[in-house]
Design a protein around this ligand. Sequence first.
Ligand SMILES: Nc1nc2c(ncn2[C@@H]2O[C@H](COP(=O)(O)OP(=O)(O)OP(=O)(O)O)[C@@H](O)[C@H]2O)c(=O)[nH]1
Length: 616
Amino acid sequence: MTYAPGSTDPQRIRNFCIIAHIDHGKSTLADRMLQITEVVDSRLMRAQYLDRMDIERERGITIKSQAVRMPWTARSGERAGDDFVLNMIDTPGHVDFTYEVSRSLAACEGAVLLVDAAQGIEAQTLANLYLAMENDLTIIPVLNKIDLPAAQPEKYAEELAHLIGCEPEDCLRVSGKTGVGVGELLDEIVRQIPAPVGDPDAPARAMIFDSVYDTYRGVVTYVRVVDGKMEARDRIKMMSTNAVHELLEIGVISPEPIKSAALGVGEVGYLITGVKDVRQSKVGDTVTLSNRPATESLGGYQDPKPMVYSGLYPIDGSEYPDLREALDKLKLNDAALTYEPESSAALGFGFRVGFLGLLHLEIIRERLEREFGLDLISTAPNVVYNVDLEDGTSVVVTNPSEFPTGKIAAIHEPIVRATILTPNDFVGSVMELCQSRRGSLMGMEYLSQERVELRYTLPLAEIIYDFFDQLKSKTRGYASLDYEATGTQISDLVKVDILLHGEPVDAFSAIVHKDAAYAYGVRLAERLRKLIPRQQFEVPIQAAIGSRVIARETIRAIRKDVLAKCYGGDITRKRKLLEKQKEGKKRMKMVGRVEVPQEAFVAALSTDESVEQKKK
Ligand SMILES: Nc1nc2c(ncn2[C@@H]2O[C@H](COP(=O)(O)OP(=O)(O)OP(=O)(O)O)[C@@H](O)[C@H]2O)c(=O)[nH]1
């Protein structure tokens, strides 16, 4: 019996993932597993071993999934002494990255459902559990962090058992931090999770569950082999595009990449073909061999669709080509990132970028600034609207300034199904918040005596800004939120324009609910009045819906003659002053006749909405 990749008996393989609510300790548990199975030498061990991106380590969150092969000799039960290969897939926990979780699930037979023993079940515990159940995975319930003084494993074992329909004793108790119970958990994985099934003699089929761009090696594609075998130097075919590539390298991650001769049924590993772009090696696609191709592809995934758009502009206009290059590079590694050039009278040349959610936006922006040294300004994020016109046509609006001017029959906005878990003391405040965000209550359930699950339908636009912050502050941090897109609804929305001396400033146009339009207009007009310096003439700032003005502020005129004090002085001094003034003007943008310093736009756009809301 050999355990080399490519010739491992599928009966000795267990593929599993760890799913949990954010911060319940997946990465820490994964670290302990790496240590206890000895794939990482204790001396080389570091926290969050598998989170490789700087940004992941700093924020303590997992963004990309990871798959690691670990040998394990069962210590207890009927299989004690038998050798196994465990493939562990660490998954991200944040809602924006749910699509990563679902791909990883499809590559496994079982899931470890991890719950913090001091917190209990949270919104993403439920969301991930349901995803795992949809994928028919065997679920092993585990309470983590039992070393914490505040841990209440008995209480939460009841809750967890009630949720998945098992006995409280079936919930394992571990501490990813101290390592207590981790060995027992690995034995349970061997005992409970089924071995992979597949036909070793059938034409090869492998499912791509991740695809990552590496500067040195090109695209590294992570696969789970379902049938047959793939060997180094085979020619592989992507079933969705029929593109054929030569396999330059095949191997497993343990936890560094290790080249191997082949990958067989049930195995998880990586392929390198020399393609340069993750889109050529699409997640969800099936890989087969070109000389003996399979006829049917494995069930695919849905392409992740951008939910939120924002304009990204370099503060220094000359950095536009650098921004394009940086986005091109990030795109190589992030199939969910979409962008196209756009220009704005106020901000110059930039891109309209589509994101999966606000965290995705924040991360991309931070990477652009940090890894590529760009100084950026982003416009207020907005969702995608479908606008039906009276002439029967319809348009998709990803940028409010492109909102059609024709007669509008209906505007459709995206809605989400949100699940909120909260201690029952806060149910009233949560309902109030959801009500104020145009939510409709779909259901309410007591998960235990003190924990309530509320289900709402809410417009996506209402939750992308500061909903989560508000929810946290109204429940002293105890509530958790998960949501998924469920379609669209027709709503009474209007486009509010901000006009400076009669000229619309595109960067500030917004699509808002009719009832919120006035507040938006007043707030921006006021903010701009404070930020834009006085000009030589009076400048009205107006907020308008179509041609109807809903708010107005005025910047009073000044008359400033820079040369006045130089009267009679020598000419070089005059010249110097004029030069200086010209220098200052370079950083000004003209909106119609009004000169606006770039900083005013930056300040007006970057004002922290949530801080302002909280102050109210
Ligand atoms: N006391 C104690 N703390 C733990 C334990 N496991 C994790 N933690 C702490 O809990 C926090 C979150 O742990 P992570 O492992 O990063 O959580 P995660 O679920 O991987 O988080 P995401 O990747 O962001 O979803 C960290 O501060 C850990 O040190 C444990 O068993 N005991």
